[in-house]
Design a protein around this ligand. Structure first.
Ligand code: IMP
Ligand code: MG
Length: 180
């Protein structure tokens, strides 16, 4: 996209090591349990696909898609499900897979909603966390890494549907032509 610069923040090697660490922890904690990974579309699908292939335990996978209404980059109060869960979560151990936690509202909404489906347990695994942006109480049970308050793209994460395909993680800054 014109007018923006991509600045590399996390390399492929760093992502791989973060994902491996999370997968080791999850494999250990959920050994012998019936784990369902619930991936939030679209941003978390690349993370999910890497993470699940590093797990050493069997899992089921399902997807939800959420629409949040707000101005541009900010999630406001109103969140809706546009693609719901399809497999039963009853008495299962559920792990929500998210790309980035920002205000925390998306995860709070989904966790509350999935709790109504009587899972045995429900936890959250997020790749990135902008902790300083939090507006509601929400902590990931499994966290890749904390990031500063930057606009992130790559590795499944988009800016207006661009940059999801990039294998590394970048932050976006506007190009200031007056300085060139
Ligand atoms: P929250 O509800 O404010 O926590 O927002 C979480 C959602 O906003 C994530 O699932 C992302 O889809 C999106 N999001 C938050 N920060 C970024 C970012 O830096 N880049 C791209 N998407 C983001
Ligand atoms: Mg998202």
């Amino acid at each position: 996209m014109e007018g923006y610069r991509l600045n590399r923040l996390i390399t492929q090697e760093q992502i791989a090591s973060i994902v491996q660490g999370l997968a080791d922890q999850i494999s250990k904690d959920y050994n012998g349990r019936e784990l369902v990974l619930v991936c939030i579309l679209k941003g978390a699908f690349v993370f999910l696909s890497d993470l699940m292939r590093h797990l050493r335990i069997p899992v089921q996978v399902d997807f939800v898609r959420l629409a949040s209404y707000g101005s541009g980059m900010k999630t406001c109060g109103k969140i809706e499900i546009t693609k719901d869960i399809e497999i039963s979560l009853e008495k299962k151990d559920v792990l929500i897979i998210e790309d980035i936690i920002d205000s925390g509202r998306t995860l709070q909404f989904l966790r509350d909603r999935l709790t109504l489906l009587n899972p045995r347990s429900i936890k959250v695994c997020a790749l990135l966390d902008k902790k300083t942006r939090r507006e509601v109480e929400m902590e990931a049970d499994y966290l890749g890494t904390e990031v500063d308050d930057l606009f992130i793209v790559g590795y499944g994460i988009d800016f207006n549907e661009h940059y999801r395909h990039l294998p590394e993680i970048y932050y976006v800054t506007p190009i200031d032509h007056s300085k060139e």
